[in-house]
Design a protein around this ligand. Structure first.
Ligand SMILES: Nc1ncnc2c1ncn2[C@@H]1O[C@H](COP(=O)(O)OP(=O)(O)OP(=O)(O)O)[C@@H](O)[C@H]1O
Length: 290
């Protein structure tokens, strides 16, 4: 299922004295099966865009196409349930939304809400608990007795239990320790690779964009100012400087080396690329300084 925005604008508190622009004339397509990243400064419109991905917000003008469904300002709220099933959103600090007495019931809540029987949804909950890397021993305990990282995983399992085709992740690793961050990003990569799930990641972490995204969308003041492969975006130094965007550490490190006269053959995006570039360079035994 592809997602397409056609001339989408969104105004908060439209037609009131406090009206403010959330999105301005956005045109984009996210193809089925893509790992996409949405980046931009605070207030650039990432959360507003994200909420259009399953019709939590409807465009003030323009059209959002989600598969064969079209969402406009006129779309009736009653017919949106199917979209919410197909596009799962993991909100920032998703663990704040846990509420059931047990981990298992919390994960099973979504499917039951969409009409899956109690026993089938509990079966699904067991599977999803394993998928997010948690022991089945946690199934019957209160989610509030878990660590923060475990609670986050339970919340993600709850979204996965709906078996969405598109998984939208809003800063999914915020506040986690480095190892949990790494594990969680590996989990999303696995879902993407093994099940072909479309991933749409909203993030301030340029490393994650470099390591995982196939397509990056850059927002600024509600407008989409750039779309492309992470290399196209991060290696465009003029663009990066003009818009004061960060780049992945490996790219930044290589740019510093270049400034000091080390002529690397190509810029790296990831740590692995950097190691490769440096070993190729030094392997030749030709350390050239300008
Ligand atoms: N509920 C709201 N009411 C009024 N204006 C809002 C509301 N939410 C966001 N805005 C405005 O819309 C614009 C886009 O905000 P949005 O939250 O989408 O940005 P963001 O990129 O997600 O920021 P962050 O990185 O801080 O989450 C900003 O100017 C913001 O002030």
């Amino acid at each position: 299922m592809d997602i397409e925005f056609q001339n989408v604008s969104y105004i908060y508190d439209a037609n009131t004295p406090i009206a403010s622009v959330g999105l301005k004339n956005i045109n984009l397509t996210i193809k089925q099966g893509t790992y996409a990243a949405i980046i931009g400064h605070t207030g650039s419109g990432k959360s507003t865009l994200l909420q259009h991905l399953n019709a939590l917000l409807k465009p003030t003008t323009g059209k959002v196409k989600i598969g064969d469904r079209e969402i406009t300002a006129q779309t009736n709220n009653k017919r949106l349930k199917e979209i919410r099933h197909r596009v799962g959103i993991v909100f920032q600090f998703a663990e704040h939304q846990l509420f059931e007495e047990t981990v298992g019931k919390d994960i099973a809540f979504g499917p039951q809400n969409f009409g899956v029987s109690e026993s089938d949804s509990l079966d699904l909950a067991h599977q999803m608990l394993a998928k997010v890397g948690l022991s089945d021993e946690l199934f019957n305990i209160s989610p509030f007795d878990l660590s923060g990282g475990q609670m986050r995983r339970v919340a993600i399992a709850g979204v996965l239990a709906l078996q969405p085709e598109v998984l939208v992740l809003d800063e999914p690793t915020a506040g986690l320790d480095p190892q949990s961050r790494k594990d969680m990003m590996a989990l999303f990569a696995q879902l993407h690779q093994e099940q072909g799930i479309t991933i749409i990641l909203v993030t301030h972490q340029m490393e994650d964009v470099a390591n995982f995204a196939e397509q990056v969308y850059v927002l600024e003041q509600g407008q989409l100012i750039r779309t492309g492969h992470p290399e196209d975006v991060f290696f465009d130094e003029t663009f990066i400087q003009q818009h004061q965007l960060g780049v992945p550490q490996a790219t930044s490190f290589a740019l510093s080396l270049r400034q000091r006269g080390l002529k690397l053959p190509s810029l790296p995006l990831t740590e692995a690329d950097l190691v490769q570039a440096l070993t190729t360079y030094f392997g030749k035994g030709s350390v050239k300084h300008e």
